[in-house]
Structures are given as structure tokens and as C-alpha cells.
Design a protein around this ligand. Structure first.
Ligand code: DHB
Ligand code: FE
Length: 285
């Protein structure tokens, strides 16, 4: 069987990737943000998984706006990095794990989560920036193969928080029923509070973000009870990306051990948030 060893929730702000690609992480405006990642990166470097599941959303880069699946999964053996208008990020291509992808697909469809299948997919900042937050210097390759799990957070009606948490539970069961012994890291991406357009453009809600960062570890059921409208009101129209953290959290045990939390405001139009959770049973003292 496969097992989730850790969960990493992180924002995917594109300028965080750009700051890394352009060697600006030590600049005055960025230093504190990247220093806050260091303990998580160090812990993750000591706990490499065999495969990572990245729960993320595309921003009309790899998939057009004319077809917006509510949930989707990549089954490819590789995922090229998308050109979002400024050239491709200078990071490695993402290698897939078709065996785990196809197992998840089958199990999830049998549990009534009818996923759209991506046999080809270019991945945008929603997936590559979280990989960079985890692994700042990947060299020739990311640390392990990746299964992309896609969620519509960009067009109404987005799936509910409760549905995302339930999908995460089903993902957890599917992982445990995999025929091979594999360790899995799962990433929940996006957020935190932000709104990029409209009358409330620039809206952020640090109080809500801090509540969310704490509850994602200790009381995810509370977050899963929030309505779509409540999420947009409290976190902004793009802050609803946070529902993807609930898929990650649902795939983990009821009790997890927080390893590191980081919150930095502002990063572009939002706050960069990170929560690293250890999913291994605590060792009795
Ligand atoms: C920003 C945040 C996002 O989540 C995104 O997808 C694009 C831009 C921003 O804050 O600039
Ligand atoms: Fe986004």
C-alpha cells in the first residue's frame, strides 16, 4: 500500500517563482518571505517521498476557459512547463506517475468523483511555484514524479469546500489501496486571501488567513463547512483557491503534527502562507 507521509499547503503566487528565477530572493522586499520557508525546506529535504500529488488549479494557461472541468487528473508520463506569456520558467519538466494516476482515477470514479482525464497537460505557476517553494534548486529534475489533481477555482460554480474535503478523504483511501509500497507527499496549493479584479481588487484578510492556517491542521471540518459565498466574502474571489488545501487535508489522518507554519504579507496581491504537516503517527514518548 502507499501512504501519505506529509502534506504541504502553500500559496502559488507567480512572482514568488519569478523572484527565484531571477535571483532576487535575498532582496530587501523578499528576504523575510524566503527565510520563512527555510525550516520547511530543510525538513522536506530530509523526507523525500516516492511520488507527490499536487492539488492545483490552472489559470487558463494549460487549459482554455472554454472547457473548465470541476475536477481533473493528469495521467501523462510528463507535463511540460507552460509559457504564461513571459517564456517558460527555467525549471525542470514535471515527470508523471501514470501508475498512481490511473489507480486514483479508477478508485475515485468508483467513489462517484467523475474526474476529467488529462492525457496531455502543460502545467502553469499553480503547480510549478509550489514545487519551487518545496525545492528551490531542483537542478536537472524535481525530487520525484508528480500526479496533478486539478480543481476549478476560477469560474463559478466552484466545488464546495465540503466536496473538496470529501474528495480528499477518497484520495486518501485510494492511496492506501495502491498495490505498491510508495511514500506520498501531497500538496494543497493556492491562496491565501486575495482578489485580483472588481470592486474589491487588492482585498486581503490577514485575520481570516491566520484562522485558516491554524484550522487546516487542527480543525479542517470547520473549514469544510464554509459556503462558497462565505469563502468569497472572507477570502476574496481568488482566495477561494484555499478549497484546494482541504483536498490535501482530507487525504491525511484526523490527527497530524504541524512541522512549520509561515505567513508573509504582502506577496504581490496576496499573502504567502505555508503549512507543513507530518502525517506519520506520533512516536510515543
Ligand atoms: C496572484 C495570485 C494568484 O493566485 C495568481 O494565480 C496570480 C497572481 C497575485 O497575487 O499577483
Ligand atoms: Fe492563483
Amino acid at each position: 500500500m502507499a501512504e501519505v507521509i506529509w502534506g504541504l499547503a502553500t500559496s502559488h503566487v507567480p512572482s514568488i517563482g519569478a523572484a527565484m528565477d531571477r535571483g532576487k530572493t535575498g532582496d530587501e522586499n523578499w528576504r523575510a518571505l524566503f527565510e520563512g520557508y527555510a525550516p520547511a525546506r530543510a525538513w522536506l529535504a530530509g523526507h523525500p517521498p516516492d511520488v507527490a500529488i499536487v492539488v492545483y488549479n490552472d489559470h487558463a494557461n494549460g487549459i482554455g476557459l472554454d472547457v473548465v472541468p470541476t475536477f481533473g487528473i493528469g495521467t501523462a508520463d510528463r507535463y511540460p512547463v507552460a509559457d504564461e506569456g513571459f517564456g517558460r520558467r527555467p525549471v525542470p519538466e514535471v515527470i508523471g506517475h501514470p501508475g498512481l494516476s490511473l489507480h486514483l482515477l479508477e478508485q475515485l470514479v468508483d467513489e462517484d468523483f467523475d474526474l476529467t482525464v488529462f492525457q496531455e497537460l502543460e502545467v502553469d505557476h499553480g503547480l510549478t511555484v509550489p514545487l519551487s517553494v518545496w525545492t528551490p534548486e531542483p537542478g536537472e529534475a524535481w525530487p520525484c514524479p508528480v500526479v496533478p489533481l486539478l480543481v476549478n477555482v476560477i469560474q463559478y460554480p466552484q466545488p464546495t469546500a465540503a466536496r473538496c474535503f470529501a474528495l480528499g478523504r477518497a484520495v486518501g483511501r485510494a492511496i492506501r489501496s495502491y498495490g505498491e509500497d510508495l511514500t506520498v507527499g501531497i500538496l494543497g496549493t493556492g491562496g491565501m486571501s486575495h482578489q485580483l479584479a472588481g470592486a474589491r481588487a487588492g482585498f486581503v484578510n490577514p485575520e481570516f488567513d491566520r484562522m485558516w492556517l491554524e484550522a487546516i491542521a487542527a480543525d479542517p471540518q470547520r473549514l469544510a463547512r464554509m459556503s462558497r459565498e462565505e469563502l468569497v466574502r472572507e477570502a476574496g474571489s481568488e482566495g477561494i483557491e484555499l478549497i484546494m488545501w482541504l483536498i490535501m487535508r482530507g487525504a491525511m489522518a484526523d490527527q497530524v503534527t504541524p512541522v512549520h507554519t509561515h505567513y508573509f504579507l504582502p506577496a504581490s496581491n496576496t499573502a504567502a502562507g505555508l503549512a507543513l504537516l507530518d502525517n506519520r503517527a506520533p512516536v510515543a514518548a
